[in-house]
Design a protein around this ligand. Sequence first.
Ligand code: FNR
Length: 180
Amino acid sequence: MKVVAIVGSIRKDSYNLQLAKHIQNRYKHQFELEILDLGPLPMYNQDIELEAPQEVLNFKKKVKEADAVLWVTPEYNSSIPGVLGNAIDWLSRVEKVMNGKPSIIMGSSMGILGSVKAQMHLRDILFASGLNSPVLGGNEVYVGAVHEKFDADGNLTDNATIAFLDGVISNFQDWMKQYV
Ligand code: FNR
């Protein structure tokens, strides 16, 4: 199984990126996870969507070729960050590469709610909008107080979170059997 991760933060020390890297490393024998870089994506503009820049085509090709998408997002102003919305806008137009492609959502924040509102909005966007991506139900991952759960080297050190993720990823793999 090949999965791509789309992380809603492009800062180099992003906790959500660290969370994606934890999953990439801990489950590397179960599935391949490629973390995509949203940094090079230009702002979506309908004027150029039919002749989209190469960065957009590369990004969409990676998503198209994946069996599933892992979304890992912080919360900005009680919703999804702009970089994530921008990526979704590109994915939603011309070749609709998310159509029927399964998604799993997780995220983190330094507050106690762990990006819950951003994830609720993202779930609605993926499932209810024209993207038509089935999203793994239950198995919600809200990593609150994330700055206390990773060490200075970017390692997840919170045993309860590590164990919880083991269960979620196991459920994700069972759920994916219907798609791959
Ligand atoms: C935030 N942050 C934030 N946190 C939260 O729980 N709810 C929110 O609405 C917001 N809003 C928000 C807006 C903006 C513009 C910024 C920059 C930050 C804090 C945010 O969760 C925190 O900075 C995370 O560490 C960002 O994730 P990464 O970059 O570490 O992955």
